[in-house]
Design a protein around this ligand. Structure first.
Ligand SMILES: Nc1ncnc2c1ncn2[C@@H]1O[C@H](COP(=O)(O)OP(=O)(O)O)[C@@H](O)[C@H]1O
Ligand SMILES: [Mg+2]
Length: 254
């Protein structure tokens, strides 16, 4: 579905992306994980056509997306890290406005919007002002908006940061359902554990480079064995060892 090769981007003298490559297969829920400043937003802005790369390639189903912006816009739905919503519109009006931006009008638009609002569990909020929605609801509305032109690939930049725990779980459930319905999803986060349950594949980025990429199971096995925790105890050593041994996440070192 999405293939990125040797992507480079400089901001002045600062090399934000330094030869980043990654591959997202059809139907994957792909977690794009890295610390703040790693280059996630820069990568996502290039994929979505908002920023130009210095060099490298981005292909969507084999088509050069950096050259053919129309193909890119047809195929990608984007949920940015900071988004504005139009406060003086009702939820239904907001959706129909964005539908009309894609040339979807009338009954088709109303049906599409109703179906999307149902998918993000906002069908009952159709006649509410966007202004009055909670942050989690606004985030889900933004997701519905990104799906309006039925894109193959959905790209979300840290969608769960700033949400309360319940809204996070709800949001991740919706992403999983969308993936089961056939969407390919790329979602970024600076917390690996935030995505590890849902994702089929994962890419770890640091300082503008892909550090590790693969299936979630493969990655967790690597992280577990190559990154042991060293714990020093001041007292009651036997007791501490017994408690640690009883924990399901602990394994004796080889
Ligand atoms: N417009 C910009 N001008 C200069 N530096 C930038 C700009 N945007 C991002 N950067 C820098 O590029 C690096 C990568 O940023 P970003 O892609 O936003 O990372 P992430 O989303 O992983 O936190 C950071 O060090 C950031 O400070
Ligand atoms: Mg970012």
């Amino acid at each position: 579905m999405l293939e990125i090769k040797d992507l480079k981007k400089r901001y002045g003298r600062f090399q934000a992306l330094d030869g980043l490559s990654m591959e997202v297969g059809d139907g994957e829920l792909y977690g794009f994980v890295g610390p703040n400043g790693a280059g996630k937003t820069t990568t996502i802005k290039i994929i979505t056509g908002l920023l130009s790369a210095d060099s490298g390639s981005v292909t969507i189903d084999g088509v050069d997306a950096l050259r053919d912006r129309r193909i890119l816009k047809q195929n990608i739905g984007y949920v940015p890290d900071f988004f504005g919503v139009y406060d003086n519109l009702k939820v239904g009006e907001y959706m129909e406005f964005f539908a009309s931006c894609y040339g979807i009008e009338g009954l088709t638009a109303r049906k599409r919007c109703a179906s999307l609002l149902e998918q993000v569990k906002l069908e009952e909020k159709k006649d509410f002002y966007v202004d009055g929605l909670s942050r989690g609801m606004k985030q889900r509305l933004c997701l519905a908006r990104a799906l309006i032109h039925d894109p193959k690939l959905l790209v979300l930049d840290e969608p769960t940061s700033g949400l309360d725990p319940r809204s996070r779980v709800e949001f991740k459930e919706i992403l999983k359902e969308l993936c089961e319905r056939g969407k390919t999803i790329l979602v970024s986060s600076h917390v690996l554990s935030e995505l590890s349950e849902q994702c089929t594949g994962i890419g770890l980025i640091d300082q503008g480079k892909m550090v590790m990429q693969g299936s979630m199971d493969w990655l967790l096995s690597k992280v577990n064995t190559s990154n042991p925790l060293i714990i020093s105890v001041l007292d009651n050593r036997e007791r501490a060892v017994a408690i640690l041994r009883s924990h399901p996440a602990c394994r004796p070192s080889p």
